[in-house]
Design a protein around this ligand. Structure first.
Ligand SMILES: [Zn+2]
Length: 307
């Protein structure tokens, strides 16, 4: 039996479709799932050293205007549009991706961000496709408190990942809880969270990286094993083209544009120099690649999809 057949059968079991298991070998995966059919199956698994990483698609937004939110820097709108066109993209039909990631290190299953939740979020469905149940997740790490990252924390008033330690940056959590109306999911689960500082270990092999700017206490995740390093950038990455090509590029969603720009400059310099792989939460699927220097700026080089 091939590995993919095993995974498919496990996914069916996970969904409780026991009656369909015998037919799983021939059943198109889309028939067995509640989520709509997805090119590439909705998860992308690869290794960094001994650690297994699985990017999980939470789905995509409908096409919409890229600007100003995905390129908010004043005076650069025409250059940003030209960069889109040069990459064969229509800036009026920008499709946003949402890419949480599962990290499997020994017995630990760590989920980085939870997607949008609700009826649109597909993280749990694609986790099932990858053969993992929400109950198996033993750590949930939240990069920052925006809805597209925390929306999947709670389902029907209960924690979606019932057996997990919940971990988040202290500065970030304090910021959101100090708001007049804190995000409901953070307020609901606030006593469940372990709050950490940049540089702390999230779980074995995973370290929190200070990437303030997009939000006041944003943390990215460094994953290191076997001499290889990868960063899940969360939203410190911004846009896959503009945030690399234009050193002063920032997003409409960046809380502190200057800090966001400075953080990106540091990240890209180090990623290019040390060949650190990156995963961008909003980069085009499967959102894994490297960073290289290009003149006075940088370029994101997507990894080739491997099976
Ligand atoms: Zn986001």
């Amino acid at each position: 039996m091939s590995k993919s057949q095993v995974t498919r059968r496990d996914a069916l079991k996970v969904l409780g479709a026991t009656g369909a298991v015998a037919a799983a070998g021939t059943m198109p995966i889309a028939m067995a799932q509640a989520a709509p059919a997805t090119n590439g199956g909705g998860f992308y698994r690869f290794k960094v050293g001994d650690i297994t990483l699985t990017v999980l698609s939470d789905g995509q937004s409908p096409p919409g205007n890229a600007f100003p939110n995905w390129g908010a820097t004043p005076g650069k709108q025409a250059e940003f549009e030209a960069a889109f066109r040069e990459n064969f993209l229509d800036p009026t039909k920008f499709v946003n991706n949402f890419n949480p990631m599962l990290v499997e290190n020994g017995n630990n299953k760590i989920l980085i961000d939870t997607g949008r939740g609700g009826t649109g979020g597909q993280t749990v469905a694609n986790l099932a496709r990858a053969g993992v149940t929400p109950a198996q997740i033993n750590t949930v790490f939240i990069t920052h408190g925006h809805g597209d990252h925390i929306g999947g924390l709670v389902t029907n008033g209960q924690p979606t990942f019932a057996n997990a330690r919940h971990v988040m940056g202290e500065t970030e959590m304090q910021f959101w809880l100090s708001q007049a109306t804190p995000p409901a999911n953070l307020a609901t689960l606030k006593d469940k969270f372990t709050l950490i500082k940049a540089g702390a270990e999230i779980a074995p092999g995973l370290t929190a990286v200070d990437t303030a700017g997009h939000t006041v206490g944003h943390l990215a995740v460094q994953i290191a094993s076997g001499g290889q390093t990868l960063w899940h950038l969360g939203d410190a990455g911004g846009h896959a083209i503009l945030s690399f090509r234009f050193p002063d590029h920032f997003l409409g969603f960046d809380a502190n544009p200057q800090n966001a720009v400075a953080t990106r400059a540091k990240l890209w310099q180090a990623a290019a120099a040390d060949k650190v792989m990156v995963v961008g939460y909003h980069f085009p699927w499967p959102a894994v690649g490297n960073v290289k220097r290009s003149g006075n700026a940088y370029e994101y080089v997507p990894a080739f999809f491997t099976f």
